[in-house]
Design a protein around this ligand. Structure first.
Ligand code: FES
Length: 604
């Protein structure tokens, strides 16, 4: 792996931490004496880059159980390179456990990250994440702060195994749950799957949101090249953790910040990567939000443009056959990026200190069934598709690669559920008026309404249809869907029903037409009738009266804008590689090699 060393370096006096440790005043006496209280001699930290190791470990985050060990390896690298590591625990966002959804807390992790980096004496940071929302949350906060930052991906867990069969996170849960409900497997077999599907540390090893976002982050240039594909328990993962610690120290000395790396082209690289890996639909919401923190207006329309020209090469579940462990052995992300050729802009800078093109040069595919050649893609294009129409004026998303092909053009009568509780109560009723041609609609599952836009979008197929052998049908909601899920599920309908979007106006029996090829989602109800229904529509009561939820429901943006808080977005064009932000009185007294240092309050 190539890592560059620059000769244009800061001095110790130019470090941000100098304001805490280096000056000789009453406050710095306190900082030094309290650091001594922790057992450190000035020779441990004085004049050295102070590195925050931002760690999402907790005893309830099953995907990050190895982070207790990895943080020591990161710190080893930081010490080796002459830095001073400080571990900072942050919200863990454990996807399988947190209710109603980790998405409700993604922006709060971003805020926590930004505020920690801002308020303590840090010169740079290592961001330790992987489980779904941790990646975008950490990136969003670090980008807003714009200190040198490098991302450490948790790495995928090993392949699941049960009775000699390979199991994939999530995907096989949904698959065998449907089989159980259809009476095709026994309760005992279901319990066997439960004990074998997650058998090592690491994030979900299907091409779910975690693998999608860690791969996208590497393509963005924010992770050491090759790191995101390494399984969590592989010894090379530990080695890369140490290298990450070493590298962040150098990044501080040369002042390499996210704003020096992130461009519209690097986001195109990330989107192309997601599409080529048949990645999660959640990447749209997250990458749009991450880009907007950098002042880059990444739109859902751009996803759709790139989807039309990007082949699906990663033969990974749920769209394909294999798992991330296979992907690593087949050459990993570097090999896939090489195969994408001119679809990737290799001139973009990365945390390695070299360009993306330099990083991936010479990478090979070792199994071209797992990483397909462009001459034999899994799908020629349309890994994701953005639909619009009178049912989704601001767009909706579908994953054509992970649905039954005959549903890509479909027309059928709506079966409407007004919220999740209504659906749970009636979906399996023998009385439900539903056929395989019906279109199941779930309302009130969006960013404000659900609340937090949970992953309910893979709406269940009614049990009576399952027993008839139906395994896919058209389903529509303003929810998200787990990246490990599959099916003809239209997601992220914007604006959402809870705030009066057209999805709120759909009634049982209304005909709905969807056509992936023409990107159309149409409710066959006249404009006049829709106006009348809207006039009769009553805004529901907001779900929160206290806590984080109040801030969320007041400030969260719609899915097409990334569901960030409106007051945290960077104005488009004001972020990465744009005009420098103003500096405060305090900063003007501190020499800096930075050209784009963000505004900070007077910390003294
Ligand atoms: Fe953590 Fe899937 S549950 S990544």
């Amino acid at each position: 792996m190539e890592i560059s060393v620059s000769s244009n370096r800061k001095t110790s006096e130019q470090l941000r931490s100098y304001r805490w440790y280096g000056v000789n005043d009453l406050r710095s006496f306190g900082h030094r004496s309290r650091t001594a209280q922790m057992g450190y001699h000035p020779s441990d930290y004085m004049g050295k880059p102070v590195i925050a190791v931002v760690n999402t470990w907790s005893e309830i985050n099953s995907c990050h159980t190895h982070f207790k060990q990895r943080v020591e390896e990161v710190k080893r690298g930081i010490w080796q390179a002459g830095g001073f590591p400080v571990e900072m625990p942050v919200m863990t966002l454990a996807e399988p456990f947190q209710k109603p959804t980790t998405m409700l807390y993604r922006n709060f992790l971003a805020m926590e990250t930004e505020e920690l980096l801002k308020s303590y004496p840090f010169d740079g940071c290592v961001l330790m994440g992987g489980c779904d929302k941790t990646t975008p949350g950490l990136l969003m906060g670090a980008i807003s702060m714009d200190l040198p930052a490098i991302y450490l991906p948790a790495g995928p867990m090993l392949r699941g195994n049960w009775n000699g069969r390979t199991l994939g996170s999530g995907s096989d849960t949904w698959k065998y749950w449907a089989e159980l409900r259809a009476g095709k497997i026994t309760e005992e077999e279901w319990k066997g799957i439960e004990s074998g599907i997650a058998r090592s540390p690491g994030h979900c090893m299907t091409m779910g949101t975690a693998s999608t976002m860690t791969s996208a982050t590497e393509a963005l240039g924010l992770t050491l090249s090759g790191f995101s594909s390494i399984p969590a328990v592989d010894s090379r993962h530990a080695q890369f953790a140490s290298l990450t610690g070493q590298r962040i120290v150098e990044m501080v000395w040369i002042d390499q910040k996210p704003s020096d790396i992130l461009t519209a082209q690097s986001f195109d690289n990330a989107v192309t990567t997601v599409l080529a890996m048949s990645g999660s639909t959640n990447a749209i919401v997250h990458l749009v939000a991450v880009a907007r923190r950098a002042g880059i207006d990444l739109t859902t329309a751009r996803f759709d443009e790139l989807a039309r020209i990007t082949p699906g090469l990663g033969n990974l579940r749920p769209a394909g056959q294999y798992l991330m462990e296979d992907f690593f052995y087949a050459g990993g992300l570097r090999a896939l990026l090489v195969e994408l050729g001119e679809l990737i802009d290799g001139s973009q800078m990365t945390v390695n200190g070299t360009t993306l093109g330099e990083n991936i040069a010479g990478a090979e595919i070792f199994d071209d069934d797992v990483i397909r050649k462009r001459s034999n893609p899994l799908v020629a294009s349309d890994g994701l598709a953005v639909l619009t129409g009178n049912l989704a004026p601001d767009g909706a998303v579908i994953k054509p690669a992970a649905m039954e092909a005959h549903l890509q053009k479909h027309r059928g009568p709506a079966v409407v559920f007004k919220d999740y509780a209504d659906m749970a109560a009636r979906i399996d009723s023998e009385e439900l008026d539903v056929t395989a041609d019906s279109v199941i609609v779930l309302q009130h599952a969006g960013p404000v309404g659900a609340p937090g836009m949970p992953e309910w979008g893979q709406l269940p197929i009614p049990q009576k249809l399952l027993k008839q052998g139906v395994r896919d049908m058209l389903r529509i909601s303003d929810a998200r869907m787990s990246g490990t899920s599959y099916g003809a599920c239209v997601l992220h309908v914007a604006p959402e029903s809870f705030v009066g979007g057209p999805l709120a106006l759909v009634k049982d029996g209304d005909m709905i037409e969807m056509d992936v090829h023409s990107r159309r989602l149409h409710l066959e109800v006249s404009d006049a009738e829709l106006v009348a229904r809207k006039a009769a529509w009553q805004p529901p009561k907001r779900p929160f009266e206290r806590g984080f939820g109040v801030m969320h429901q007041l400030h969260v943006t719609q899915a097409n804008k990334g569901c960030d808080f409106d007051f945290l977005e960077e104005p488009v064009g004001a972020g990465a590689q744009q005009a420098p932000a103003p500096v405060t009185q305090t900063e003007q007294t501190v020499p800096s090699t930075s050209s784009t240092t963000r505004t900070e309050p007077d910390i003294h």
